[in-house]
Design a protein around this ligand. Structure first.
Ligand code: FES
Length: 364
């Protein structure tokens, strides 16, 4: 079943049977994965099913003691298991949102959410072979994609490379090994930087190198590469593949919600620059609120100062949370891959990085 088949499958459902972010997510389980890492699963209170693409992310509102925080997490479960949605969260030492989740979020609690969003997903046209390369909690999109490919059958040819600090920090290890043990075409390789004391480690050690990659995936040139992890890790993988002469049209990466735009979604350069002395008007047509502002203001800022709430996350044109429909007028938008070309074509903009050029109407 391709993504298109998946779409067709869901299109046979009544829309009310599919979850949308007008209802909260109900936490149903918390499973520890590794030190400071847990998987949180959610159901919809109405019993609706979850429709998303493997690799997409969701934004949660976390009611922490410091106030409500918006945080974006890649979905680690697969849309082929649509009764629940899971995210796998690592709480870094200085994190507030991740720490709140690990310390406070329990089954029975409900969180507001927006999404799913994101362009780092499997293409509708399936390549024959995949190479998933991840580090740390960057395993989550690969996990969703591999589970999806595993569930839809057809023996997916996957080379799954995951890097962790130590063996005990490998996330979802049993789940990944369970899939690899059932499908001979799934090849699994772990690479750690240090051993755990008093345990045996028979896998790779050190940093991923060209030689290691050649041993793990001798046919890497034939594979579609998906990479996710901290930026320095992805930079190293990019440099390595580039140095090997890999065709980078077959390389995609994500960094916890940061999407590298596909060619079709590249930013169109626009010569018109917002002027900080020119006045514009934004009409929020649904609310009937009209506000004068400067061209250098963003639609998101104008909405906020007018007492309206447009959900937002990164505020950098990355996550797509602030997507709204523009029904009239022109904006100057410079995004970072958070909106697809098809959405722009259909009149959507990202409020956080769109500046009103004259009179603009927004459907909020
Ligand atoms: S808030 Fe993330 S794209 Fe606007």
């Amino acid at each position: 079943m391709s993504n298109l088949d998946n779409e067709r499958y869901f299109s046979s459902f009544d829309e009310s049977a599919i979850w949308n972010d007008s209802e909260p997510l109900l936490c149903t389980s918390v499973v520890p994965e590794a030190p400071n890492v847990a998987t949180f699963s959610f159901a919809s209170p109405s019993g609706a099913w979850f429709k998303f693409k493997p690799g997409q992310f969701i934004q949660l509102e976390l009611p922490t003691a410091q106030g409500v925080l918006q945080r974006v997490y890649t979905i680690s479960s697969s849309p082929s298991r649509p009764l629940s949605l899971s995210i796998t969260v690592k709480a870094a030492p200085d994190s507030v949102g991740g720490r709140w989740m690990l310390n406070h979020l329990e089954p029975g609690m409900a969180l507001k959410a927006q999404g799913p969003n994101g362009l780092f997903t499997l293409a509708d046209e399936r390549p024959r072979k995949y190479l998933f390369i991840s580090a740390g909690s960057g395993i989550t999109p690969s996990l969703s994609m591999m589970t999806y490919l595993f569930d839809i059958g057809k023996a997916p040819d996957i080379c799954f490379v995951h890097c962790a600090q130590r063996p005990s920090q490998i996330i979802a290890r049993r789940q990944v090994e369970s899939m690899a043990s059932r499908v001979p075409e799934i090849k699994l390789h772990y690479l750690v930087e240090e051993d755990d004391p008093f345990t045996v480690w028979a896998g790779y050690r050190g940093r991923l190198t060209q030689i290691m990659l050649g041993i793990m995936a001798p046919d890497y040139v034939e594979r579609e590469v998906f990479c996710c992890g901290p930026e320095p890790f992805m930079q190293a993988v990019r440099d390595m593949l580039y140095g090997l002469g890999f065709d980078m049209n077959h390389y995609q990466q994500e960094s916890f919600g940061v999407v590298v735009a596909e060619v079709a979604d590249e930013i169109e350069l626009n010569d018109t620059v917002p002027d900080d002395e020119t006045v514009s008007t934004v009409l929020f047509s649904h609310s009937g609120v009209s506000s004068e502002c400067l061209q250098t203001d963003t639609i998101l800022a104008v909405a906020k100062s007018s007492g309206l709430n447009i959900p937002s996350g990164c505020t950098m044109g990355i996550c797509g949370t602030c997507k709204v429909k523009k029904t009239a007028g022109e904006v100057h938008m410079v995004h970072n891959g958070g909106i697809a070309a098809a959405d722009i074509e259909a009149g959507y903009i990202l409020a956080c990085c769109s500046h009103p050029m004259g009179r603009v109407e927004i459907d909020v």
